[in-house]
Design a protein around this ligand. Structure first.
Ligand SMILES: [Zn+2]
Length: 285
């Protein structure tokens, strides 16, 4: 199996929600690269799974967006040490999946505060996930650290889950989008987590909420560091996906026919089909 097919299978598996992802993925630490995005913003990256962690460096500590699987904790800390000796003061989880929040418990043991939406935390509590966030909010929140400002926005619609947030670094004009946006080899198929409250129909609205913000660079949940234009293109694709599905279901197409379209036109693979196709058809009924 090619590296990209494996990556696609893994990224697809994330749609299943935390318990499955936890059992199947993230048992081994991923190889991580450090990418400089701004003088004070770095990405700790494994392109496919567990995806991208954003690090804002200040002289009063570090703020992370997403902390991968628990198994990746030590490598994240090693990667950070190459750019700063500051401790991690906050981690923001863009949603509840364990490839974005699995490092919480270890970070909290070192004094870090975990921040997430009310819905993301509720989901972590319901799935008995360790490292439940210390601070939550429903709509938006702002963190001030070392003279820098970090704005967290609920996307106001269900998309990848029902608790997705995006994180804006207004001074640096950078947005960390979480999984409402993925862009890169093996990462860009739609990952609607229906048990986690996701929605293909509302997904474009979530992207609209992100696009209203003022930024140039996007750090997606998975994939490559991108531009606002890439996110605009993704919005078109998300709408096309929703419209296509809506039409197929209205026309009374069979599950097999719909499966052909999502596999052919939207690069879905076995895992997507197995775990999200029923939810998808159900949503558009
Ligand atoms: Zn996810």
């Amino acid at each position: 199996m090619s590296k990209h097919s494996i990556a696609r299978l893994f990224s697809a598996a994330l749609a299943l929600g935390a318990p499955f992802a936890h059992a199947q993925l993230g048992s081994q630490p991923a190889k991580l690269d450090v990418i400089k995005v701004r003088d004070d913003i770095y990405v700790i990256s494994n392109v496919a799974v567990p995806g991208l962690t954003t690090a804002l460096i200040t002289n009063e500590g570090v703020l992370l967006v997403d902390d991968k699987f628990e198994a990746d904790h030590d490598n994240i800390m090693k990667a950070l040490k190459t750019v700063t000796n500051q401790p991690v003061k906050y981690v923001i989880n863009t949603h509840y999946h364990t490839d974005h929040s699995g490092g919480n418990a270890k970070l909290q043991a070192e004094g870090t505060l975990a921040v997430a939406s009310d819905n993301a935390r509720a989901r972590m509590v319901a799935t008995n996930q360790p490292g439940q966030p210390n601070i939550t909010f429903s709509d938006r929140s702002t963190i001030h650290l070392g003279g820098k400002t970090v704005e967290i926005y609920s996307v106001g619609a269900r998309a990848h889950t029902n608790g997705d947030v995006v994180v804006l670094f207004p001074q640096q004009r950078v947005l960390s989008s979480g999984d409402i946006f993925a862009n890169g080899p093996g990462t860009s198929a739609e990952l609607v987590d229906y048990p986690g409250g996701g929605s293909a129909k509302e997904w474009p609205k979530a992207v609209d909420a992100a696009l209203k913000l003022d930024f140039d660079t996007v750090i997606p949940g998975h994939g490559l560091v991108s531009t606002k234009k890439d996110l605009q293109d993704y919005r078109v694709r998300a709408q096309n996906f929703s419209d296509t599905l809506s039409q197929l279901v209205k026309q009374g197409k069979s599950k097999a026919d719909i499966e052909k379209v999502v596999r052919g036109q939207f690069a879905w693979e076995d895992f997507h089909v197995q775990f999200a196709l029923d939810g998808l058809i159900n949503e558009f009924k």
